[in-house]
Design a protein around this ligand. Structure first.
Ligand SMILES: N[C@@H](CCC(=O)N[C@@H](CS)C(=O)NCC(=O)O)C(=O)O
Length: 229
């Protein structure tokens, strides 16, 4: 974004904790206080938990990269898929969606995300300042799930072609790895059309190139259906 705020990475990376500890450990919660959760990968199109409202916006100090392996949702132990994580970069911003979870839903949402993101996905939680797209709205503190480079599933950088070849041939319990990539690219085109996300769109172009070469879109990829919530 043009007038990029200075980067706020609030506090050191906390160790991954259980959902109830998450609730107090990450955010000392007052009675009736809501919790904001920021998504930048599958959470932007499949949050999977109940929320009061959502806002499109960005966090600063991190770039989104398809550098995290996934042996469950979009891959398996033999052919791990590639999914999004955040990598620290003081000059970068990452766009996604922040969801406001009401106090009565926080425990259930954190339990759900602990299984999906931490146990199955290898992410840990941290908290970052989120900047809503609407200019008249104040920044807010949000929970974020990040898979760091010391994570056993970390795959790290690779060429667009190598990443595309991997994504094109992987699928897991939640579906094909291409779906994960294309739904995220669709979200960015729809909700953040002014944002240049060279990494995301160059991988998408490389995947579409591979698919053209094979002269078919895997039939499993019917994007005419809306994303599962
Ligand atoms: N933490 C990121 C990435 C979340 C993510 O993509 N997690 C994977 C686990 S490896 C997932 O839940 N996948 C579900 C799916 O692919 O449908 C976010 O905020 O969106």
């Amino acid at each position: 974004s043009k007038s990029r705020p200075s980067c706020h990475v609030i506090g050191p990376k906390p160790p991954s904790v259980t959902p109830s500890e998450q609730q107090t450990h990450v955010f000392p919660m007052k009675e009736k206080e809501t919790l904001w959760i920021f998504g930048y990968g599958s959470l932007v199109w499949k949050p999977g938990f109940a929320y009061k409202r959502s806002k499109v916006g960005h966090i600063t100090g991190y770039k989104r990269r398809f550098w995290h392996g996934d042996e469950f949702h979009r891959g398996d132990k033999i052919k791990p898929g590639r999914v999004a994580t955040l990598v620290q970069d003081p000059e970068a911003c990452t766009w996604g969606v922040a969801y406001e979870v009401s106090s009565s839903e926080i425990e259930g949402s954190l339990q759900y995300l602990h299984t999906r993101e931490v146990l199955l996905g290898g992410y840990i939680i941290t908290k970052l300042q989120f900047f809503p797209k609407e200019k008249d709205q104040e920044p807010l503190l949000a929970l974020v799930y990040i898979a760091t480079s010391d994570n056993p599933m970390y795959l790290g950088p690779a060429s667009d072609t190598d990443i595309a070849n991997q994504i094109t041939t992987c699928r897991g319990s939640s579906g094909h790895n291409i779906e994960y990539l294309v739904r995220l690219a669709e979200f960015m085109r729809l909700c953040c059309p002014e944002v240049e996300d060279e990494h995301l769109f160059s991988i998408e172009a490389a995947v579409l190139g591979v698919i053209k070469l094979c002269d078919q879109l895997p039939t499993c990829l019917d994007f005419s259906q809306p994303a599962p919530n």
